[in-house]
Design a protein around this ligand. Structure first.
Ligand code: ATP
Ligand code: LTN
Length: 331
């Protein structure tokens, strides 16, 4: 049986990835590279929707690639590349923009949220067409599965709609992908605001666990996490969102069931539990942080790994694009 194709991307919009990215998406990336033909990219063009100092952006692109490798994304098992190294992404995006309805793009909740937060002056057209570029990222590689967190479900639905629309209007070229979302891990919440998703663009980073945080900072963030007035360590998403979020995090990293953790902390206070979660998280993140630092010491090696990935990605992507152009009647 031929291997399934997997594709996913992550934005270099911050120095460090966070625990939501890691548990919701990146850990899946690592697993899926074993038995599938996986393509993973740092979506630097998507990051341009937020104005960033060029030097800072350059560093973040390298830091993103380094973190992915440190987490276990292995360039000898998958194709790891930078989106802007493959021009077909923009080229297909234009074609898809021409079959996307204006209203359809305007219904994307991420666009509505981000444009509302930024206000009319800071909302650029790139933010509006962002999901269409994402659809191009996915359709170019004929992906079967797209491992992401819950917030991306609507964008994958749009990708499916656009792929199907092109196939029926012009020619059956695109494989129609499926989102691969692990329900229990698809929305890791902010430690200070446990009903909101942990996000790189949160107003305050005090509830965001960054992979590259020093252990003391991680400990402090867990110790000061928001919980309820009760005493019981019990999973109850509605009644105890803070404790439930911490239980999800502990269980995902320790491999223990939620029930086993509840039993372990029966009769103990929230303080002990928070320290234990921090300990599990620090043990997971320390080697990632060290390895990222090592990789950043040799940026030339990183760039060379990424250019090997870009070559492989370009081959696949340019074949798809060629077929698309021909189907459209372009000469
Ligand atoms: P922002 O909130 O600034 O848009 P982000 O933190 O969501 O950024 P992205 O680069 O947009 O980061 O997301 C990378 C991947 O991580 C995506 O697959 C996304 O679904 C997933 N992800 C992001 N936040 C969470 C979260 N809190 N829980 C689970 N998965 C998440
Ligand atoms: N919009 C995504 C990032 C992204 C992506 C992709 C994810 C861009 N292109 C292709 C999966 C597949 C986000 O995480 N905010």
């Amino acid at each position: 049986m031929s291997k399934k194709r997997v594709l996913s991307g992550i934005q270099p919009t911050h120095d460090s990835f966070h625990l939501g990215n890691y548990l919701g998406a990146l850990k899946q990336w690592v697993q899926l590279q074993e038995d599938n033909d996986a393509f993973y990219c740092v979506v630097d063009l998507h990051a341009l929707t937020i104005e960033t100092d060029p030097k800072v952006l350059q560093k973040r692109i390298l830091l993103s690639a380094a973190q992915l490798i440190a987490i276990g994304v292995d360039p000898s098992k998958c194709t790891l590349f930078i989106q802007s190294h493959v021009p077909a992404h923009n080229q297909l995006a234009w074609v898809l923009e021409c079959i996307t309805g204006f209203g359809e793009a305007g219904r994307m909740t991420q666009f509505k949220d981000k444009s509302q937060k930024g206000g009319a002056d800071r909302t650029n057209v790139g933010l509006f067409t962002y999901p269409i570029l994402q659809a191009a990222d996915i359709l170019l590689y004929q992906a079967d599965f797209v491992p992401v967190g819950e917030d991306q479900r609507q964008h994958i639905e749009l990708t499916r709609d656009l792929g199907q629309r092109f196939n029926s209007k012009y020619k059956e070229i695109f494989n129609i992908p499926q989102a691969q979302i692990i329900k229990s891990l698809a929305k890791i919440n902010d430690l200070q605001e446990p009903t909101a998703k942990m996000s790189k663009s949160a107003a305050s980073m005090s509830g965001v666990i960054e992979l590259l945080d020093a252990p003391e900072i991680t400990l402090k963030k867990f110790k000061s996490s928001v919980t309820d007035d009760g005493k019981e360590v019990k999973f109850d998403e509605k009644g105890k969102p803070g404790i439930s979020n911490l239980l999800t995090i502990h269980s995902a990293l320790s491999g223990k069931s939620i029930e086993a953790i509840e039993n372990e902390f029966a009769g103990k206070g929230y303080g002990d539990f928070k320290s234990a979660v921090a300990e599990v998280v620090i043990a997971e993140l320390e080697p990632i942080r060290d390895r990222t630092k090592q990789l950043m010491d040799d940026p030339a090696e990183l760039v060379s790994l990424l250019s090997t990935g870009a070559k492989k990605a370009n081959e696949v992507a340019s074949n798809t694009l060629k077929e698309v152009y021909a189907a459209l009647g372009l000469i």
